[in-house]
Design a protein around this ligand. Structure first.
Ligand code: TXA
Ligand code: MG
Length: 341
């Protein structure tokens, strides 16, 4: 019998009931759709890893409705963490904090820290309030694939493996939260995302950036890699060199020898109408232009959906134009670089 797909609904109480029963509910946040389960129930959390086919070394973000749960999950916030929480929560910021025992090891992959965020999407907040417990939720995509920004994306990729999708409409921000390690003296960005480095620095001064490089990432990919090695080598264990990947090969526009692709069906992911593409637009089998005028916010909001549309075209190759390397452009370039293969 083929696996049935789960329902899509806007019934928050029903979604909360499923979570209480140990089920899996995908729900929209302002960044991307998350695949949620009761963060304090190890069996429910185990189902997240299984549904996503996610390696257990990659820890999950714990979502809460307000700072009420914070004291129970993590040690007291440093002054810097407090300022970031005051400024950016609810919103696309995740802080990695020293954890308390109540957080199951499966959620943190055995790390002594827990990643926490308060999302700003009203339906996500309503779900958290009604459920009244923290929700562990990675992005609701199979491991390594393109993140979902609509309920339909989740249905297409995981509909047969989960219990319900709470339809919260298309995600406004469109890229995941910024992950910041707050366990050392100086904040460290582990993943660029919806809150920019510039925004963080305007509140807490200079921050370090530790995204995990190729060498670190390939050590994560090795099955012999232990959690302890991970801790020493890679700041955010999920930052693998290949991630967010379409099934179609993707390359950066500047990296391609145009002679090699002359007989191929090539798609173009272009940042802005005002940018000059690698080749004449008419040479491409399919083109997605993210913005008319180069607004990074709009580009981020449509980025993953545009990548999915190109991926569905049966192309030989997708060429993508890099983004300006500031603000949200850093998060987008990071996603692009990891999507290349
Ligand atoms: O916007 C988002 O953050 C979305 C929505 C659903 O909230 N969630 C999301 O989760 O992107 P996920 O699992 O796809 O990415 C979580 C990232 C991974 O890179 C993971 O390694 C890192 O956060 N992370 C989680 N816990 C951590 C910890 N204790 N220490 C370091 N990195 C951690
Ligand atoms: Mg993800």
């Amino acid at each position: 019998m083929p696996d049935a797909k789960c329902p899509i609904s806007t019934d928050v109480s029903h979604a909360a009931r499923i979570l209480r029963a140990g089920g899996l509910v995908a729900f929209g946040t302002e960044t991307v759709y998350g695949l949620g389960a009761n963060a304090l129930d190890e069996h429910a959390v185990a189902r997240i890893y299984e549904a996503k086919n996610r390696p257990h070394f990659d820890p999950l973000i714990v979502h809460i409705a307000d700072t009420g749960w914070l004291d129970r999950l993590a040690e007291k916030l440093s002054p810097a963490a407090q300022s970031l929480a005051n400024t950016f929560w609810p919103g696309p910021l995740t802080m990695v904090l020293p954890k308390k025992n109540i957080v199951p090891d499966l959620v943190t992959s055995g790390l002594p820290s827990v990643a926490i965020r308060i999302p700003s999407h009203p339906l996500a907040l309503e779900l958290l309030q009604q459920f009244d417990l923290p929700i562990a939720a990675p992005s609701a995509n199979p491991f390594g694939q393109i993140s979902p920004t609509t309920a339909q994306h989740v249905l297409d990729n995981l509909g047969h493996r989960i219990d319900l999708i709470l339809d919260s409409g298309p995600c406004d921000v469109g890229v995941e939260s910024t992950v910041v390690l707050m366990t050392d003296d100086r904040p460290q960005i582990l993943r660029h995302g919806g809150i920019t480095q510039e925004q963080l620095e305007s509140v807490v001064g200079p921050v370090d950036v530790h995204l995990g490089n190729e060498a670190e990432a390939s050590s994560v990919g090795s099955s012999a890699c232990s959690t302890k090695e991970l801790h020493a080598g890679v700041a955010a264990p999920g930052m693998l060199s290949q991630h967010y990947s379409p099934t179609t090969p993707l390359m950066l526009a500047g990296d391609v020898d145009t002679g090699l692709i002359s007989n191929k069906r090539v798609g173009l992911l272009q940042f802005s109408e005002t940018h000059t593409a690698a080749r004449h637009i008419a040479d491409f089998a399919s083109v997605e232009i993210l913005t008319a005028d180069g607004n990074l916010r709009l580009a981020a909001a449509s980025f993953f959906a545009a990548l999915r549309r190109l991926d569905a075209e049966g192309l030989d190759l997708i060429l993508a134009e890099p983004f300006p390397d500031h603000g949200l452009g850093r998060a987008l370039n990071d996603r692009l670089n990891r999507a290349c293969h």
